[in-house]
Design a protein around this ligand. Structure first.
Ligand code: GAR
Length: 221
């Protein structure tokens, strides 16, 4: 039996990744307990999702704080009081201060809708389309003080097609986000994550056959 990991989820918007975590917990696939969902945005749809599932929520509106440090300090207090071990950022659109990272060292995960280190920052699906890459995807990583720069835990790759725009690509990526985020948290719950510098290893993996992907497809052999 895997001990459930106590999770605090940070959100700002729709919360579809939060929903995927909730669904995987409900299905018994994810050994986690969501102690608390914290939103900086009082109108986040994610809060509505929590109401449906009886998950406690707190709104900490960043506009009510004189500085980032005060805002982060309040979040730290709340997460600690709720007994949160792992902080999961799920579409949380605020930059965190060094103090926050010190409070949860290597215990903060983030999901980003690109194949890091390509396209950190914002509007990344548009940037991927504009650049003309043939693959993009998503990345779950431990968050550090840089922008989308911490050690990578898991990535999923999706093709980018000629007819794609930012919206169609974002939808394809989001489907994969909903699969890899619960998996990353489950690896954590199982105590299988090993971090050495930038490299994250998962203990006792069964490697599937080595497979390369091409886009556009090969027509000669
Ligand atoms: C997701 O695509 C997530 O990767 C992205 O925001 C979306 C949130 O969707 N996060 C970032 O861009 C963080 N830099 P959700 O609220 O439906 O989970």
């Amino acid at each position: 039996m895997v001990k459930k990991v106590s999770v605090g989820v940070l959100v700002s918007g729709s919360g579809s990744n939060l929903q995927s975590l909730i669904d995987h917990i409900d299905q018994g696939a994810l050994d986690a307990e969501i102690r608390l969902v914290l939103s900086n945005n009082p109108d986040a749809f994610a809060l509505e999702r929590c109401r449906k599932h009886g998950i406690p929520t707190v709104v900490v509106d960043h506009r009510e704080f004189a500085s980032r440090e005060l805002f982060d300090g309040r979040m730290i207090e709340i997460l600690n009081a709720a007994g949160v071990e792992l902080v999961v950022m799920a579409g949380f659109m605020r930059i965190l201060s060094p103090e926050f990272f010190r409070a949860f060292p290597l215990r903060i995960m983030n999901i980003h809708p690109a194949l890091l280190p390509a396209f950190p920052g914002t509007h990344v699906q548009q940037k991927a389309v504009d650049y003309g890459v043939k693959f993009s995807g998503c990345t779950v990583h431990f968050a550090d003080e840089g922008v989308d720069s911490g050690p990578i835990i898991i990535q999923a790759v999706v093709p980018v097609y000629d007819e794609d725009d930012a919206e169609s690509l974002a939808a394809r990526i989001l489907k994969e986000e909903h699969r890899i985020y619960p998996q990353a948290v489950q690896y954590y719950a199982e105590g299988r994550i090993e971090i050495e510098g930038r490299r994250v290893r998962i203990r006792n993996l069964c490697r599937t056959t080595e497979k390369a992907a091409q886009n556009p497809p090969l027509t000669i052999y």
